[in-house]
Design a protein around this ligand. Structure first.
Ligand SMILES: [Ca+2]
Ligand SMILES: [Ca+2]
Ligand SMILES: [Ca+2]
Ligand SMILES: [Ca+2]
Length: 309
């Protein structure tokens, strides 16, 4: 999977990837090194502690602590630890909702990201978002069309065993319809949208892609997708990358892809621009032939819980 090119991974969530199963202070991941150990005792345990350790490291941890170690609540284990334990031993952190293997959110705000805030689509380590040159125009069109079209943009994720870290999840964009003719309740958190034949018998999007959650941030790649944005249907010439942070209260992140140059030439003509502009702006080579043929675009989005049927 071509995630190498994806630049900065969002780490907006707070969950540690470190889990402990062996001997140490409860709730602290022990790195086995002595970097944070400020007491005089030798560090004799062998786990992966990264906290600031001020006690003696010869105590015995008798609990079996397998939850993420960055929550802030009460330590419920019983051992001979004398340091200050600030993690949770009950696995009920706020940034990693423990329930539900699947969720749907409806996009409430969508805008083209700023020129300096693009995702890296070509793997050169720099963000790609050439369409930011028409950002103001596109964002104004999105604002205009969002309240008037019955079609909404929804994001679905399933197969989630652990909302902090799960190497194998599935996700999809959907373009379901708001059938009640009332957009004012679309972002209530409980609105249901009609996705029709886009869903399989289990209610999952038929066109989907693989993803993962690392430290509470999710990442996906989709081979295909289309987005009704600003009165145009945008299709992808490259893989679509999505990353963000999601929980039971909301979902925010970015997605990016390359727009086919030919499509952008058509849109330029429709909008009264010189189609040569599209070629001049093309910054991605989707087929590897050495000729730029696609225009990068990165969107920022914020979504709220919803359902699809
Ligand atoms: Ca790049
Ligand atoms: Ca999974
Ligand atoms: Ca509605
Ligand atoms: Ca090319």
């Amino acid at each position: 999977m071509l995630r190498i090119g994806l630049g900065v991974v969002l780490f907006l969530g707070g969950c540690s990837q470190t889990y402990k199963t062996d001997t140490a202070e409860p709730g602290f991941a022990d790195s086995g090194d002595t970097a944070n150990d400020t007491d005089s005792a030798a560090d004799t345990d062998t786990d992966t502690d990264s906290d600031t350790d001020t006690d003696s490291d010869t105590d015995t941890d008798t609990d079996t602590d397998t939850d993420p170690d960055t929550y802030t609540d009460t330590d419920t284990d019983t051992d001979t630890d004398t340091d200050t334990d600030t993690d949770t031993d009950t696995g009920s952190g706020s940034s990693c909702p423990p329930t539900g293997p699947e969720m749907v959110w409806v996009v409430q705000t969508l805008e083209v990201a700023t020129a300096t805030n693009g995702m890296d689509l070509d793997g050169d380590g720099r963000g790609d978002n050439v369409m930011a040159v028409v950002r103001d125009t596109l964002n104004a069109e999105i604002l205009e069309t969002f309240p008037t079209t019955p079609v909404v943009l929804a994001w679905q994720m399933w197969g989630i065993d652990d909302w902090c870290d799960d190497p194998d999840i599935t996700g999809a964009f959907l373009s379901p319809e708001d059938t009640d003719g009332d957009h004012t309740d679309d972002y209530s958190g409980t609105e249901a949208f009609d996705a029709g034949a886009a869903l399989d018998g289990r209610g999952h999007a038929i066109e989907n892609g693989p993803g993962s959650i690392v430290s509470s941030g999710y990442q996906f790649t989709l081979a295909n997708g289309s987005f009704d944005v600003g009165g145009f249907t945008l299709v992808n010439a490259t893989t679509i990358y999505i990353e963000g942070v999601a929980d039971e209260s909301g979902n925010s992140g970015q997605f990016a892809f390359g727009l086919p140059m030919a499509l952008m030439e058509e849109i330029a003509i429709e909008e009264g621009y010189d189609p040569a502009l599209a070629a001049a702006l093309a910054d991605l080579d989707s087929d590897g032939d050495g000729v730029m043929d696609a225009l990068s675009i990165t969107f920022d989005f914020v979504a709220v819980p919803a359902t699809v049927y």
